[in-house]
Every structure is written in C-alpha cells, then in structure tokens.
Write a protein that binds this ligand. Structure first.
Ligand SMILES: NC(=O)c1ccc[n+]([C@@H]2O[C@H](COP(=O)([O-])OP(=O)(O)OC[C@H]3O[C@@H](n4cnc5c(N)ncnc54)[C@H](O)[C@@H]3O)[C@@H](O)[C@H]2O)c1
Ligand SMILES: [Zn+2]
Ligand SMILES: [Zn+2]
Length: 362
C-alpha cells in the first residue's frame, strides 16, 4: 500500500520550496518506513535552497531526522516495528573495502549523495528525490535499514534528530577526525548547530583551552555554557593574535561554517604540528589558497571531515548513551520548534544566524 505524505519539496526550476502531498511506496526488501517525529534544519539544506549545491531534480529536503519505525520490508534484519531510529544521511553499502574496514563515512558505493535509494530509485511516485537518500522534511520516509539506526526509547526524539547530522558531525570531528586528547587546545570557528556540537565534543574529551568564534552574541554565550573557555568575535580584526595569545598556537582548529576566508585563516591559528579540520561545506566549485611552504615547514595537517568520520551504527548509539549519562548535554542544542509549515522561518533564522537549531515536528 502506498502512503500519502506531506513534504517540503525544493524545485530547482523555480528555486522555491513548497509543501506538497506526495505518494510514498511501501517498504520492500531491506527498506523501512519511518514516521518522522522530529527533524532539525541544517545549513546543508540551505545550501540547496540558496543554490550553493545545484541540483537537477526536485528534492524533498531535510536530512537530520528521527522517528518511529512503522513497517519493514521482508529482508530487514536489525530494525523492528516500533523502534526509535535516527536517520543517517550517508547510508553505507556495508560491503565495500571502506565499509569492511570500519570506515563507513568513506563508503565507495553509497548513493546518498546522488539523493537516491541504493538501487538508484526514488521511493516517491512523483519525479522527486529524497535529499541525501532520506528527505526528512516529510511526515514519512522510506529508507534502507542501513540508514535507520535504532537508539534507546528514552532519548527524546528532538535530541535524537540532531544526532542524525549536527551532533555526530561536530562531536565526531573532535573525537574521530582530529582525535583530540585531554589538555590539547581547540578552536571552533562558527558555533551554529555543528560548531556547538564540536564545543561539546571538546569539553567531553577534556580539551583546554576551548575557543569559540562566531558573529552572534547569543551563540557565543551558549558556547561558554557548553564548555568554551574563551569566546571571540569572528569580525575582531585582532582575532588571530587573540587566539595565539590564548592557546600559544592551537593544537586543533575546526572550521564549521563553510567560508573560504575562514578556512584560509586556520593555519595562522595553529602551532607547529597542528591540525586544521574542514567541517563546514563550501559551494561545489570553491577553492582556497594555503601557503604550502608554511604547511610543510611547520608540519601542519589539513583534514577533511565527512560526517564526523563516523560509523552511524556505532556512533549514533554511543552518542545517545553519552547524552543519557549526562556527559553530552544535547538538549541544550535544541532551539525553536514548529511544523513543516515553518520551514521558511527556519531558513531565515539560519541565514541570519539567529536562535539555535530549529527542530520541526511534521
Ligand atoms: N562535514 C560534514 O559532514 C557536515 C555535516 C553537516 C553540516 N556541514 C556543514 O557545516 C556548516 C555549518 O552547518 P550548521 O548547520 O552548523 O550552520 P549554522 O548556520 O547553524 O552555523 C554557522 C555559524 O557560523 C557563524 N558565522 C558565519 N559567518 C561567520 C564568520 N565570518 N565568523 C565567525 N562565525 C561566522 C554563524 O553565525 C553561525 O552560527 C555548513 O556549511 C554545513 O553544510 C558539514
Ligand atoms: Zn546536516
Ligand atoms: Zn561501502
């Protein structure tokens, strides 16, 4: 039986988003049908709407979601009807060399970035694809079970939704990509949804000092409450000097905006041997200018971070457990609410850097 579902669709022809009722196929093979209970609004959705990442086909936006499994296909093994699941926007194939080696974020066969299900199809009857293979701005989704990770029922689903992108990316950038150790210094440039999670990750591993940089006063205040020892404004002309003063040259800098000038500023904030971690996503065709003599001379590493170098089936439950034990206070990241009808307001807030992470309840 197919299922009608209200969804937020971005049409590249008009460059507008619209709420539409679409027809979702029932789950077959290893697919699961999930009722979305909460879905966060991430800057990556805005990259689509603002044309930074051009697409040819209309997309159901949203990729940071959690909900309850309502139906499963006959080949599903790990997920049960009634499970609370966090959706992964990078469903790994679980068979390629990278997946077999436990590096699912490097999966060679995922079709998520082509915005389709693993067989190249769409679950919708209409000519519409699910963004990153999930498309969570919808009442219901149908995804492969590799994209639906069960988490404990007592993790609130608004918190769980953020584990689907911002939290796993920000915390993972610290713990997995950079491998920050206690007492090392960390600088986070841009403390929106992803950057605040990086601050939480730095606090979790005992980094010190932790410097948060943003243009928004309230976001810098939240970063202090979450563990930043110092906050600095991104438009401070003496920013680099201040960072060097506080850290003596940072061990790790995380760019969590996706801007060329801030990415280019990272080596100048680092000590010899330091790591510059690119977490923010630029437009597809951006390029940055870095001084290769300086990188070689001072042994600086530049690391790319996809999804916090995380394995969803391992990292989602681990992060959920850290939330339950109080070590990662993720509820502090949940901002204003609303329904799918409020998506434009959420995008406007993201553009303006206002408020915290909006979490919609379809
Ligand atoms: N690498 C990944 O796997 C991954 C995953 C999720 C998101 N992302 C990307 O991470 C980036 C951040 O996403 P988000 O949802 O947290 O966005 P966001 O809009 O919530 O956060 C960006 C923050 O940067 C701040 N900012 C803007 N300009 C600044 C400047 N010049 N100096 C200092 N701060 C500045 C804003 O005030 C805001 O707080 C986006 O590019 C997104 O696409 C990457
Ligand atoms: Zn995201
Ligand atoms: Zn794979």
């Amino acid at each position: 039986m197919s299922l009608p579902t209200r969804a937020v669709v971005f049409d590249p022809a008009t460059r507008k988003t619209q709420l539409q009722t679409l027809t979702l196929a029932e789950p077959v093979a290893d697919q699961v049908q999930v009722k979305i209970v909460a879905t966060g609004v991430c800057h990556s959705d805005l990259h689509i709407v603002d044309g930074d990442w051009p697409v040819d086909t209309p997309l159901v936006l949203g990729h940071e979601g959690a909900g309850v499994v309502e139906a499963v296909g006959p080949l599903v093994r790990d997920v049960r009807v009634g499970d609370h699941v966090v959706l992964s926007w990078f469903a790994p194939c679980r068979r390629c060399d990278a997946c077999a080696a436990g590096r699912a974020w490097l999966c060679a066969n995922t079709t998520a970035t082509a915005n389709t299900l693993p067989d190249g199809s769409t679950p919708y009857a209409e000519d519409v694809l699910p963004f990153l293979g999930v498309g969570t701005f919808s009442e219901y989704v149908v995804v492969p079970e590799a994209a639906a990770i069960t988490v404990a029922d007592d993790v609130p689903l608004d918190v769980a939704s953020l584990i689907g992108c911002a939290v796993t990316t920000g915390v993972g950038a610290v713990t997995n990509t950079a491998g920050v150790r206690p007492g090392e210094s960390g600088v986070v440039i841009g403390v929106g949804g992803v950057g605040q999670a990086a601050v939480l990750g730095l606090a979790l591993v005992g980094a010190d000092p932790i410097v948060a940089v943003d243009l928004s006063g309230p976001r810098l205040e939240l970063a202090s409450e979450l563990g930043a020892t110092h906050t600095l404004r991104g438009d401070d002309p003496a920013l680099a000097e201040r960072v060097l003063e506080i850290t003596g040259g940072a061990h790790h800098v995380f760019e969590a905006i996706g801007r060329v000038p801030t990415i280019e500023s990272m080596p100048g904030l680092l000590r010899a041997g330091g790591q510059a971690v690119i977490v923010g996503m630029t437009g597809f065709d951006a390029s940055v200018s870095l001084n290769p003599f300086d990188l070689a001379d001072r042994g600086i590493s530049v690391l790319g971070c996809n999804y916090g170098s995380s394995v969803p089936s391992v990292d989602f439950p681990r992060i959920a457990a850290l939330h339950r034990s109080g070590r990662l206070p993720l509820s502090r990241l949940v901002g204003s609410g609303g329904t799918l009808d409020d998506v434009e307001r959420a995008f406007a807030d993201l553009r303006a850097g206002a408020g915290l992470r909006t979490v919609l309840r379809p």
